[in-house]
Design a binder for this molecule. Structure first.
Ligand SMILES: [Zn+2]
Length: 571
């Protein structure tokens, strides 16, 4: 038994995520966690909401709520949806937790002691009316490029030109409308990533087994242009973790908070502390401190490609720079983007399917199966309703669902609701068992390597092999001449259902549970050992019940309705 720490990139708090977000981190992380647990390993699987920064403030203001209240509410909403998708987090934490406050302040203090933080004086737009510095997104004015009168401080939405707040003509505060804005000097802390370039590069060079997508992005940031840049880790905001040097004040930094990119990854560690605090575990250090038991932990992170720089450079700079014995990531699995029906998912335009909507129209397993079997691994992939319908109807309903239904119903009608005795496995059965044993080994190999699409393909092939066997062995024909032969075929087929339940659980946990429950609470749930016993776990006489239909097919009419409904402008 090995020990695996798994984290999914933490979703931002402002609103419900779409299916592209889901398949880029949380869902494949859940697949891997479920697989490793199924194989008997000890797993700690963590995720959280990322709650700080300007977008949270803006979303809260739009909702007419204090930001802390807004975040608490949205955390509850996201947690409930995660449960709906059966994301099996051991804890779903919050980056605004007291644990993360303390830990973030601790890291900043240690990094300062090591000389890895410097103070920089900058000028920033200040609004005397609002009594605060204004982040770029809180300033609007006329675009100097196209004349659009509602250009934001960071970008003009009309002509897409990147802007600096000082470029705007007649700038005003979006909070109060005040126009008496002035540039004021303000001090910020920078993490000296440039001083750590060699150490980071050596660490990344040692990761020869990482996906190319991960290392190529890291290398680009390390070496392009002037190389790795120092990054600001503080902001003039109210909402966030107050800047402190460990437990002490930080002179000159009063009223400032840490920038969200600095505190968000530290939440991975704080989340383990929250897990203990919530009474779900008793020792977080054996997962995170290599001096306290974490040296044998394998740590895997899941994320979309846009998050790779923070996880290969930003967060490791914090960990390595501290000089303390924290666990570093061992493997980073990153994903490309999922597109939606000929374009992109768009949160602002409501284009595409969002997680809450998906669960309103179909069970989680349908989505899990399609998303994972089409995960954007080697390139971007695209969701189309036709493809989704075909995948659900063929893979799930025709192949797996139909097999389970035919076998259990045939057995009930001819032998009753128990595994039939009589006969023994012949050449056809031996051939199937040999084929499946090899396929299960291949499936495990893909799962161990976190090759999600390949694993899905192999799992589907395992289902197909059972169907083909049933079709050619034809117990309904054999029954007339040779009932013992029919009993043998049915006995093996029932054993396949049990085996499929175990193997499929990481992908489609609810359906797997339904399949397993057909054999009662005492049925063997162990992962196959790769021996003949895997195909004989259900002995003659063992009782079963015919499960409900596992999957309903998607009709053309529903598909067309959904296609129209999710084309844009979420209501
Ligand atoms: Zn413009």
């Amino acid at each position: 038994m090995a020990r695996h720490l798994i984290t999914s990139a933490i979703p931002y708090i402002n609103g419900i995520k779409h299916l592209g977000n889901l398949v880029g981190s949380q869902l494949p992380a859940d697949l891997y966690a479920r697989y490793l647990r199924g194989r008997g390993h000890e797993v700690l699987f963590l995720c959280a909401t990322d709650e700080h920064g300007t977008p949270a403030e803006l979303a809260a203001a739009k909702a007419g709520k204090p930001v802390a209240e807004y975040c608490e509410e949205m955390h509850g909403v996201q947690a409930k949806i995660a449960e709906g998708f059966r994301l099996s987090f051991d804890h779903f934490g919050r980056s605004s937790s007291p644990q993360n406050h303390r830990l973030t302040q601790h890291f900043a203090g240690v990094l300062a002691e090591k000389g890895l933080i410097r103070e920089v004086s900058e000028t920033q737009m200040y609004s005397p009316t609002d009594g605060r510095y204004l982040p770029d997104r809180y300033i609007e004015g006329t675009c100097p490029n196209c004349g659009f009168d509602s250009a934001r401080g960071d970008q003009c939405d009309n002509c897409t030109k990147q802007l600096d707040p000082v470029d705007l003509i007649n700038p005003h505060s979006t909070i109060s409308g005040a126009t008496d804005l002035e540039m004021r000097e303000t001090k910020h802390l920078y993490l000296r990533q440039s001083a750590m370039k060699d150490e980071l590069e050596a660490w990344i060079d040692g990761k020869t087994d990482w996906p190319v997508l991960t290392t190529s992005i890291a290398k680009k940031w390390l070496n392009d242009g002037d190389g790795l840049q120092d990054r600001g880790i503080t902001r003039d905001l109210d909402w966030g973790i107050p800047v402190r040097k460990g437990e002490e004040d930080w002179p000159g930094m009063e009223g400032k908070v840490f920038y969200v990119w600095f505190d968000a990854p530290i939440e991975y560690i704080a989340c383990a502390q929250e897990w203990v605090e919530a009474g779900k575990g008793d020792d977080w250090e054996r997962w995170w401190r290599t001096d306290k038991g974490a040296e044998d932990v394998t740590y895997t992170q899941f994320m979309g490609k846009d998050n790779v720089p923070f996880h290969t450079l930003g967060f490791p700079a914090t960990i390595l720079g501290s000089g303390e014995p924290w666990k570093l990531v061992d493997y980073i699995k990153s994903f490309n983007y999922l597109n939606y029906d000929g374009g992109q998912f768009s949160t602002s335009r409501g284009r595409g399917v969002f997680m809450d909507q998906a669960l309103e129209i179909l069970p989680a397993d349908y989505w899990r199966w399609w998303l994972l079997s089409h995960a954007p691994e080697s390139s971007d992939s695209e969701f189309t309703w036709e493809n989704f319908q075909q995948s659900v109807n063929k893979d799930l309903a025709d192949v797996l669902g139909n097999f389970v239904s035919r076998v259990t119903k045939f057995c009930r009608s001819k032998f009753g609701e128990e595994v039939p005795a009589g006969g023994s496995y012949g050449p056809q059965e031996e051939a199937l068992i040999a084929d499946l044993t090899a396929r299960i080994a291949a499936y495990q190999g893909h799962m161990d390597a976190i090759e999600v699409r390949k694993a899905a393909q192999e799992l589907r092939a395992i289902w197909v092999a059972g169907n083909e066997y049933l079709q050619s062995a034809a117990p309904w024909a054999a029954f007339k001449e040779d009932p013992e032969r029919a009993a043998t075929i049915v006995r093996l087929s029932l054993n396949l259902i049990r085996l499929y339940a175990v193997l499929s659980a990481p992908f489609i946990p609810d359906s797997a549970e339904t399949m397993m429950n057909a054999f009662g609470p005492d049925a063997v749930r162990d992962w196959p050992a790769g021996t003949a016993a895997d195909f004989e776990a259900l002995e003659p006489g063992a009782a079963f019940t015919v499960p409900e239909n596992l999957f309903a097919k998607i009709a053309d009419e529903s598909r067309e309705d959904w296609q129209t409904r999710f084309a844009g402008t979420r209501s």
